[in-house]
Design a protein around this ligand. Structure first.
Ligand SMILES: Nc1ncnc2c1ncn2[C@@H]1O[C@H](COP(=O)(O)OP(=O)(O)OP(=O)(O)O)[C@@H](O)[C@H]1O
Length: 297
């Protein structure tokens, strides 16, 4: 991965209220980076600053190691929170028009629009005005608008909200293709299960402060408690009296337990094997929702 976007020590206030406090994180090429946080945590404000729609009070945003320029931003794709397509223009015309604004020839813009609408399963709606589309299809049209010029950086504010599960899969596949082709993708979402499933990297913001950031698998390991799950034949109740073990859950043959500092899970496994077959044994990794709850406290 190559880090291309670097947000460093960004602060921003509205009136007396500081809504971003020393916000720092990076976004790399070829990766999907999920930006998660509660309502009002500062996601949209951060994205607007990255896109230059809003100025930071202090701090820097660099692109490929250099200060952000207007030219660099022209190569970005942005799907803002307040969706901005013209309601009375047809979807096809609108995407072609946006492609032209980004410097594409008419022929190229048309060719790309056809391919993109096809890929987003919106080809049949190309001749419809935006106001006639369902909300989910309007959303897909917005995504097409952000993608028409093959942006190097895609910044999407809640791209999955309001999409049905099949549309989520479709949009997700499209974003993955873009990442695979070398784009950097940053998107915000409230849907933690979704973010957990699809992101390579995560940035968690709470009350204007970055609470955790990094590779998803690394974050999950980092926040893993010394917690284990075991499944045996018969009853696992004997674990209750095992040194170093605190039972969290016991359901017949299955148990979840925490280990005291310095205790060795292999000792517990051996004790279990001494009693009979062990069907499953391993660490319990926290879900993103659990990490989120922990770091947002
Ligand atoms: N133009 C503005 N003027 C005053 N306050 C603002 C402005 N824009 C945002 N805020 C405040 O800044 C805080 C952060 O808002 P922001 O929209 O960045 O959060 P968010 O994480 O995107 O939330 P949501 O998930 O609800 O969209 C909020 O308290 C919001 O009310």
């Amino acid at each position: 991965m190559t880090t291309v976007l670097n947000v460093e020590a960004v602060n921003r206030s509205f009136g007396e209220r500081q809504v971003l406090k020393d916000v720092s994180f990076t976004v790399g090429t070829g990766r999907l980076t999920g930006f998660v946080g509660a309502n009002g945590a500062g996601k949209t404000t951060t994205m607007r600053i990255v896109l230059g729609v809003l100025a930071a009070d202090s701090g820097t945003v660099t692109w490929r190691g250099a200060p952000m320029t207007r030219a660099a931003r022209q190569g970005f794709g942005y799907m803002p929170e307040e969706r901005g397509l013209y309601p009375k223009m047809t979807v096809g015309e609108q995407i072609v028009y946006l492609g032209r604004l980004h410097g594409l020839s008419t022929a190229d813009a048309k060719r790309r629009t056809t391919a993109l609408l096809e890929r987003l399963e919106l080809a049949e709606r190309a001749g419809d005005t935006v106001e006639k589309l369902s909300l989910g299809n309007q959303q897909r049209a917005q995504i097409a608008a952000a993608l028409i010029h093959d942006p190097e950086l895609l910044v999407l504010d809640e791209p999955f909200s309001g999409l049905d599960p099949l549309a989520v899969e479709n949009v997700l596949a499209v974003l993955r293709e873009r990442a695979r082709d070398g784009a950097a993708v940053l998107f915000s979402s409230h849907q933690l299960e979704l973010v957990e499933r699809l992101c390579d990297d995560l940035v968690i913001i709470g009350d204007g402060t970055i609470r955790a950031a990094g590779e998803r698998t690394w974050l999950r390991r980092k926040y893993t408690l010394p917690r284990y799950r075991i499944e045996v034949d018969g009853d696992a109740g004997w674990l209750r009296d095992h040194p170093g073990v605190t039972l969290v859950e016991l359901d017949g043959a299955t148990a979840v337990f925490d280990l005291a500092d310095g205790a060795d899970e292999q000792v517990v496994l051996r004790s279990a094997l001494d009693r009979g077959p062990v069907r499953a044994f391993g660490p319990v990794r926290p879900t993103l929702a659990e990490i989120f709850r922990e770091v947002i406290q």
